[in-house]
Design a protein around this ligand. Structure first.
Ligand SMILES: [Zn+2]
Length: 214
């Protein structure tokens, strides 16, 4: 049972192709396993298509359709990549979500006692801050905040902090003001996929167009 979902804002930006590359993968991982969010994403995509249809042709950049379609197609195209050709690195016990297909997943590296991290590289977005964390049972992470919104999808195990108790399938969306200290549950290690959104990327033409409607 999934209790925590991405915000409508995140789903709308995913539909419009304006969500950053790292958060896009995290939210797509959630949508993969959440019929409710898959339906919501479909509605946002339909709204975007309707807006495009309603636009005056002269108001559009000649390449606008191609630009938007390229953005919308990109995650889908990535999803067709070679999933079977790759296994979870090191001693990973989980089945990787399809949203990670075609991405380069690094080895587990020690980060702190009981905490390991695997960096996930997205083709075309080498600067994206996308990582998997693997944290031992009952381990507590240092108190921390974020520069931008943080998206965390629980893949296995559980963790809790001041804002809730999160289980597999849950997506935790914490804005930059959240200062928290997650602790993993006692039932076993927790594996999460996480990305932090930077503040540097401009929102695209489609995002500006969609914003008044969401
Ligand atoms: Zn959901």
């Amino acid at each position: 049972m999934i209790h925590f979902h991405p915000s409508d804002d995140a789903l709308a930006r995913l539909a419009a192709g304006t969500l950053e590359a790292g958060p896009t993968i995290v939210v797509r991982t959630h949508v993969e396993g959440c019929p409710r969010c898959a339906a919501a994403l479909g509605r946002f995509e339909a709204v975007g298509g309707t807006l495009l249809d309603a636009m005056e042709p002269v108001a559009m950049h000649a390449d606008a359709f191609a630009m938007v379609e390229a953005r919308l197609d990109r995650p889908a195209a990535a999803g067709k990549a070679t999933r079977s050709a790759r296994a979870l690195p090191a001693n990973g016990p989980i089945v990787l979500p399809a949203a990670l297909d075609g991405l380069d997943i690094g080895p587990w590296r020690w980060l702190a006692p009981g905490v390991r991290r695997s960096r996930v590289t997205i083709p075309g977005a080498p600067g994206a801050d996308l990582v998997m964390y693997r944290i031992g049972p009952n381990r507590q992470l240092p108190h921390h905040g974020h520069a931008g919104a943080e998206y965390t999808q629980v893949l296995s195990g559980s963790f809790f902090d001041e804002t809730g108790h999160y289980h597999p399938g849950d997506l935790v969306e914490a804005d930059g003001d959240v200062d928290h200290q997650p602790r993993v549950g006692p039932e076993g290690e927790c594996i999460c996929l996480a990305a932090v959104e930077g503040r540097m990327l401009p929102h695209g033409f489609f995002g500006r167009m969609l914003r008044p409607f969401v």
